[in-house]
Design a protein around this ligand. Sequence first.
Ligand code: UD1
Ligand code: CA
Length: 457
Amino acid sequence: MSLSVIILAAGMGTRMRSATPKVLHELAGRSLLGHALAAAEALAPDSVCVVYGHGGDQLRAAFKDRAYIKWREQAPQLGTGHAVMQARDTLSPGTALILYGDVPLIRPQSLAPLLQDAAAGALAVLTAEVEDPTGYGRIVRDQTGSVIAIVEEKDADAATKKIREINSGIMAMPAPVLAGWLGRIDNKNAQAEYYLTDIIALAVADGVTIHSRKVAKIHEIKGINTRRQLAELERTVQRESAEYWMDQGVTLSDPARFDIRGEVKIGRDVVIDVDVILEGKVEIGDNVRIGPFCLIKDAKIGDGAEIHSHCHIEGARIHAGCSVGPFARLRPDTVMHEGAKVGNFVEVKKSVIGEHSKANHLSYIGDAELGRDVNIGAGTITCNYDGANKHKTVIEDGAFIGSDTQLVAPVRIGKDTTIGAGSTITKDTPAGGLTLSRVKQQHVAEWKRPQKNKDKG
Ligand code: UD1
Ligand code: CA
């Protein structure tokens, strides 16, 4: 059965007080609309249409990698029914599903039953029982319990306002039936809007079966109108994912201080201290320990590795048993092979650190290839940039680089060689032995310290 999804996103979003369209604001590292699209994608639809009102260029730019989206503008915005009318031409003969760009947490599992109902010819509405139904459309039933209407707050009488079952807005139905109903919705109501919810009464009139499905978790249907609501939903999402990972065998020192903004995989017996943020695609093996205050983005961390506090890791591959930090920065295309160590105030960019090699203190390693068992002394710098181009430094297995050395790339340091501390190395060095470039130490016995000039006070 073919599926056409329509995502409504034309609302003004005035209460966000933002120059950015509301649906581009981010929740757990992904835009609100991105969440709704992901839910739609999981249902393998034949077409997805987004109805927008403002910021069309910004929206198209944000989703340029999703060429399948059919964008339809709704201007002016005359209600949810009017919004769906703008997408009528995108409907294919099967099922139509209505989602919302500002309702990010709807799960495909909660939508699947609606699609089944619709495939059987019914109109399916996702509802919820809430403590405070203020502002929502109310689900009105007859004596037999059948849904007969959805009445908006502004059109509701006192008795209807007491109903606590509300309309989430999410619905599914046979697309051709919807197309027919759209032509019959009017705007004779308190807001002079074309209400999508009027299709309930049309279904009753046409004898189309109406199914209501209650959503399991209320946050799935929560819409975002303000930054406060955004922050609240962010905490809900983070709490849920923290609980999920604890259930999978991860120790979190404080689940309230652990944020995931992307897709992660975490192994068993991983211990994560407070204020750790995982962004993008992060994979963490078994028995990894992550200290407090670390940002880890698009990285892969092997079994038993230890990330000490205050590390900034992006685009790095850290193999098993490595040690990073405290206060280390690993930039994109860094690979640390097994047992390697990158320590305090060391920055590594686009470099390979071989097995059991170490750079423990105050170094910059960029565009470099280190073999195994290399030792980089404190303060060593690869001078990879000549002001115009980047050049490579190769350090062969077992080399020992003395402290405060500059390796002026392109340069190759031979196997098992030692570089004397304080050297500036501009030429390739042979294997073994010692290379150093230093001014010979002198002693000037008769030298006197400058004296303060007394005349000038
Ligand atoms: C709508 C429902 C209401 C339901 C509530 C759930 C109608 C008439 N009412 O209320 O029963 O309980 O959602 O939140 O459908 N939108 C457009 N174009 C428009 C108007 C709205 O695209 O012209 C989009 C908004 O961007 C938003 C969604 O539709 O994503 C809902 O709009 P909103 O004004 O928040 O909800 P109501 O119409 O008040
Ligand atoms: Ca409205």
